[in-house]
Design a protein. Structure first.
Lengths: 116, 115
């Protein structure tokens, strides 16, 4: 079994400041991938960043970085220099490679609001 | 352009009727997925398919059925057995389900409303 927990239903951040969205996970697979997606009000799902369970370095993609702490089973998303267009729902997800090969699990999401 | 198409965008159904949601991809991806999303909530996996002619139940498969006769197509049927089918349905694909290193690409979704 695998599970994703996002404990922040809603977050507010001032424009140009950084914000961290929390994600913890649980899985029986020794090898897995962790993903973050953004969903604007239009409903489309936009891939942001990926972290492999055996990657030594934390993933970064532009203003997005993933703070991966394997021992704590956490994969927090950090957005630097927030922009008004970052207001959306954010989902953490994982996919296993062994017992749960091919099966994706998403968290309940965090709604981020960027204030001008 | 490569991508995933879902049709229709909005769908209305009367209680007791079966309805089929279309999902087509031209990305040459092996794996395809169906998710359900209720308002303000996350995505829940209905069915997924790693190769043609094979598929597995996700977390909420009851009341749904799928087929995977072609690599590019993965239609979802919402049957009358699904007690609360009103939701937003998202289809996705990824390059290879055996690898965790492929992000999923999503279609624009279908909003199903039962009248």
């Amino acid at each position: 079994a695998q599970k994703i927990t996002q404990t922040q239903p809603g977050m507010f951040v001032q424009e140009k400041e950084a914000v961290t969205l929390d994600c913890t996970y649980d899985t029986s697979d020794p090898s897995y991938g962790l993903f973050w997606y953004k969903q604007p009000s239009s409903g489309e799902m936009i891939f942001l960043i990926y972290q492999g369970s055996y990657d030594q370095q934390n993933a970064t993609e532009g203003r997005y970085s993933l703070n991966f702490q394997k021992a704590r089973k956490s994969a927090n998303l950090v957005i630097s220099a927030s922009q008004l267009g970052d207001s959306a729902m954010y989902f953490c997800a994982m996919r296993g490679m062994n017992t749960n090969a091919g099966k994706s699990t998403f968290g309940d999401g965090t709604t981020l609001t960027v204030k001008p | 352009d490569g991508g995933i198409t879902q049709s229709p965008k909005y769908l209305f159904r009367k209680e007791g009727q079966n309805v089929t949601l279309s999902c087509e991809q031209n990305l040459n991806h092996d794996a395809m997925y169906w998710y359900r999303q209720d308002p303000g909530q996350g995505l829940r996996l209905i069915y997924y398919s790693q190769i043609v002619n094979d598929f597995q139940k996700g977390d909420i498969a009851e009341g749904y059925s799928v087929s995977r006769e072609k690599k590019e197509s993965f239609p979802l049927t919402v049957t009358s057995a699904q007690k609360n089918p009103t939701a937003f349905y998202l289809c996705a694909s990824s390059g290879g389900a055996s690898s965790s290193y492929n992000e999923q690409f999503f279609g624009p979704g279908t909003r199903l409303t039962v009248l």
